[in-house]
Design a binder for this molecule. Structure first.
Ligand code: NAD
Length: 455
């Protein structure tokens, strides 16, 4: 019997179990049993799920649903070691320090990296400040202790794999970790890290909502299994990883993972085509009183705004980057029509103040650079303007969540003599475009169009 390699996953949420665990399960199902997953949490926020999984020997059912309503059920077998939470995280750290652990992957949410807009650690954050004083409540504190233990044990090199939705996620985590190690005076660990670990960038994709309340009953009816920890997701799945593993890795390419030299083109296509149009649909849908993404995507005028934005402005901006962008657009928009996912406009509409500069302004800028008027893209910030106007008036049907919302500034903008000029002139949102007279004029025109469309 060969000794199995361990893939340690930190952040045992729904997404890990619908995504990475599915790929490793496909390998096992195909007879490749060289790898298994061990998994646990830094936060004590899902012990009921961990305990249910322990009782089920790590097995659980994944339900996938296509836009056409085809549902499939698969029992996932890759999660073979569950690490119950304990305050000092010793079992999780010990697992990471074993020589058999060759990959440590993590999904700790976008906020779990504590990075400010300059990609530096937000050292004032209480969790991070605690870790800088020696606690282990963040991914940095935990990985630092794992690396120290590996150095002490001679456990050998490994790969640290960020699987969160963060642009350049491997680099951002690497830089955050090095800054953390520097601030905690661990120069020898930094030296060790540079020789013994890599942090490849990854692009992960599968819409995975929180498991619905009636999911266990559907699974029981379809499979006969009484599952206390099932998950659900859409049928679509994608995982692109930079093939820069420091030591052994599973044969992921045999189960559909794309191992590439650079994830940047994939990431850029996803951010501009998937994430930006998703938000645009959510803002527009909210403005006409709809609750779910699928109903908004299926609304003609909203679909046309998203489709024109991608077709007329994004695809020419991205150029020939090796990806079939028209196909990608069609697949993405089709995925949004999936009624079984029940994704809400509220969830997707969130964080507009970060999304405009990161996901939308680059396309506006590139259109101007090639001498084109970004007619189609300007509809997105126009929708967000009208959306925020409704927020200002207290007319949104839900609480708008935005990590960097400056409420006083937004109210002041709508109370100003010319709110559109204040909005278009906001450097944090639009950068150098905020100085262009033709950009204010364009936004004015598109805001009028939005107001006509929503009646
Ligand atoms: P979830 O709520 O089910 O799980 C969140 C996990 O993150 C839990 O394990 C929790 O303990 C951990 N966590 C949260 N904050 C943390 C922190 N500050 N430090 C350490 N651990 C922390 O959510 P999910 O659906 O599993 O999504 C997790 C992440 O996966 C997302 O934030 C995103 O980056 C990525 N992702 C999710 C989807 C999706 O559709 N759900 C799609 C693509 C990528």
């Amino acid at each position: 019997m060969h000794e199995q390699n361990t893939w340690l996953h930190i952040g045992l949420g729904s997404f890990h179990r619908a995504h990475q665990a599915w790929y490793l399960h496909r390998l096992i199902a195909a007879g490749d049993t060289r790898w298994h997953i061990a998994a646990g949490n830094i936060r004590n926020d899902a012990e009921n799920v961990v305990q249910a999984l322990i009782a089920q020997k790590g097995r659980y059912v994944l339900e996938t649903a296509s836009p056409a309503g085809e549902r499939e059920y698969e029992e996932i077998t890759s999660l073979q070691k569950l690490i119950p939470w304990q305050a000092d995280l010793q079992p999780l750290i010990a697992e990471g320090a074993r020589p058999q652990t060759k990959v440590i992957a993590f999904t700790v949410t976008e906020g779990g990296y504590y990075l400010n807009t300059s990609h530096k650690l937000d050292v004032k954050n209480p969790d991070l400040a605690g870790d800088l004083q020696g606690a282990s409540n963040t991914i940095y504190g935990v990985i630092a202790r794992i690396l120290e233990a590996r150095m002490a044990n001679g456990a050998g090199p490994l790969t640290l794999l960020n699987c969160d939705n963060v642009r350049h996620n491997g680099e951002r985590f690497h830089d955050g970790l090095v800054e953390f190690l520097h601030l905690t005076h661990r120069q020898t660990v930094i030296d060790w890290l540079h020789v013994n670990a890599t942090c490849p960038n990854t692009m992960v994709d599968r819409i995975t909502p929180r498991p619905a309340a009636d999911l266990p009953a559907r699974i029981k009816a379809q499979t006969g299994i009484d599952d206390r920890a099932p998950v659900m997701g859409e049928t679509f799945i994608q995982w692109v990883i930079e093939d820069n593993f420091r030591d052994a890795r599973p044969a992921l390419e045999t189960v559909g993972v794309e191992l590439v030299a650079s994830v940047i083109p994939y990431e850029e296509a996803k951010i501009r085509i998937l994430n930006a149009s998703h938000s645009c649909i959510a803002w527009a849908g909210t403005l006409i009183g709809q609750r779910y993404i699928h109903e908004s995507t299926l609304t003609d005028f909203i679909y046309r705004i998203a489709d024109r934005y991608v077709t007329e402005d994004v695809i020419p901006s991205l150029g020939d980057n090796g990806i079939d962008l028209p196909l990608y657009r069609d697949v993405v928009l089709k995925r949004f029509t999936n009624p079984y996912i029940q994704d809400t406009n509220q969830r997707v509409a969130a964080d507009g103040f970060s999304k405009i500069p990161a996901m939308i302004a680059p396309t506006l800028r590139e259109c101007y650079q090639r001498g084109a008027r970004p007619e189609a893209t300007a509809m997105l910030p126009a929708l967000f303007f009208v959306f925020m106007q409704q927020w200002h008036l207290g007319k949104l049907p839900y609480v708008y969540q935005d990590g960097i919302l400056d409420a006083a500034a937004v109210h002041a903008m709508f109370d100003a003599a010319d709110p559109v000029a204040v909005y278009a002139g906001d450097k944090a949102l639009f950068g150098d475009l905020s100085e262009r007279a033709d950009f204010v004029a364009l936004l004015r025109e598109k805001i009028a169009t939005v107001n006509t469309l929503i009646g």
